[in-house]
Design a protein around this ligand. Structure first.
Ligand code: TRH
Length: 369
């Protein structure tokens, strides 16, 4: 059986550990059931999305994955057959020295829908002493490493959504009143999940929701500012929730009518939720994030009005956002947006997932011992 070591440094935010944790669990779960060790340099950040984690332990087992804290000064066991260095996190020197020409060594890169990804995916990155390291790029086409997706994810989502007591238990956990829960269940109130960077034009969104025809609930893991809180009333409820586990985060996406997501991991989860969403890419120098957003939209079935709205949100353009949002929420446009989100989900579902691509790559590149 193939053994994996995954190394993850938490730089800022939650995307790096978010991706590594999903990857580790998917490799360890059926149908793959690989032996996986995950080395993480910041267990406190990790604990926010995995509450079962005990930050004081040197070794623990969760969902079939062995989790270890990582600091460069510690000693390491011999490398696994497959070593994944997430997001060019630089392996510890002693561990790197023990890598041999038999090890399949990968640098897992950030997700992007840009064209160049196909050319760089699976390319070697020359190393000393015949060691073989490759770039592994997730992506949106068959010529990339694909997207992380659990086995039977669609079926899991549909059965969760079919039984309303699942959503009720989640809503109770995050502190929603019984009355709000009933309104959500009966479709009398729309639920919006708001996971965005501080620069997003949140005030403009809230103003649009105030003017809109529907009673709305906005759920946010970031507390609302006093200025935003002033806009909260029965028509527009604002609710701050404490970070939930990754699985519960998925459930929030599944139970919402519209999702605002940011960075790469929640983007992919919003796609798998099959619901309309607005993506805010992680801001990069020279407007690179705008290119990333357009590259994603170019691969999507999204209509022009929704594409423009996503750019307006990403460019933090409060002036334009309110009117554009209101027009996208008009009945025929909203219906179209929902259809397109479902269509996009169904198209991507036809593709091979990242773990399957990864295992095929390892089989192809692993020398016979
Ligand atoms: O946290 P992010 O902004 O991460 C970012 C990006 O990945 C970016 O590319 C990277 O360079 C930067 O970090 C350093 O957004 P992202 O990628 O969506 O990751 C958030 C993770 O947090 C995701 O796995 C979902 C999870 N999450 C929960 O588990 N529970 C929660 O309550 C919330 C709000 C999020």
């Amino acid at each position: 059986m193939l053994h994996f070591d995954i190394f993850c440094r938490v730089v800022d935010n939650y995307g790096d550990i978010g991706v590594c944790w999903r990857l580790a669990r998917q490799l360890a779960a059926p149908p793959h059931q690989k032996n996986v060790r995950l080395w993480v340099d910041d267990l406190h950040s990790f604990k926010r999305l995995e509450p079962r984690l005990q930050t004081e332990l040197n070794e623990q087992h969760i969902d079939g994955v062995t989790v270890h804290p990582w600091n460069d000064a510690q000693s390491f066991p011999p490398p696994a057959e497959v070593v994944i260095e997430a997001f060019a996190c630089e392996l510890p020197d002693t561990y790197k020295a023990a890598i041999t020409d038999k090890t399949v060594w990968l640098n897992l890169e950030y997700l992007s829908a840009e064209d160049w990804v196909e050319d760089c995916h699976a390319q070697p990155s020359p190393q000393q002493q015949g060691k073989r390291k490759y770039f592994f790029f997730p992506g949106f086409t068959e010529r990339t490493g694909g997207l992380l997706r659990e086995e039977n994810l669609k079926q899991q989502r549909l059965s969760w959504q079919q039984d309303q007591s699942n959503a009720q238990a989640l809503w109770t956990k995050i502190g929603l009143s019984e009355r709000t829960q009933i309104e959500l269940m009966h479709g009398q109130r729309r639920q919006i999940l708001l996971f965005s960077y501080p620069s997003a034009p949140v005030m403009a969104l809230l103003q649009a929701l105030q003017q809109g025809n529907h009673d709305t609930l906005v759920l946010s893991p970031t507390p609302f500012t006093p200025e935003q809180q002033v806009l909260s009333n029965d028509h527009l409820q604002l609710h701050h929730f404490n970070f939930v586990s990754q699985q519960e985060f998925d459930h929030l996406l599944w139970s919402s009518d519209l999702n605002f997501v940011r960075g790469e991991d929640s983007l992919v989860r919003a796609l798998w939720a099959a619901k309309p969403f607005i993506w805010q890419p992680y801001e990069q120098e020279e407007g690179l994030h705008t290119k990333k957003l357009q590259a994603l939209l170019d691969r999507s079935p999204m209509n022009q009005a929704v594409q423009t709205l996503m750019h307006t949100w990403s460019n933090c353009d409060s002036q334009q956002f309110t009117d554009q949002y209101l027009s996208c929420m008009q009945a025929p446009m909203w219906h179209r947006w929902r259809e397109e989100a479902l269509q996009w989900h169904n198209t991507l579902l036809q593709q091979k997932d990242l773990c399957t691509h990864l295992l095929e790559f390892c089989t192809k590149h692993q020398p016979t011992q």
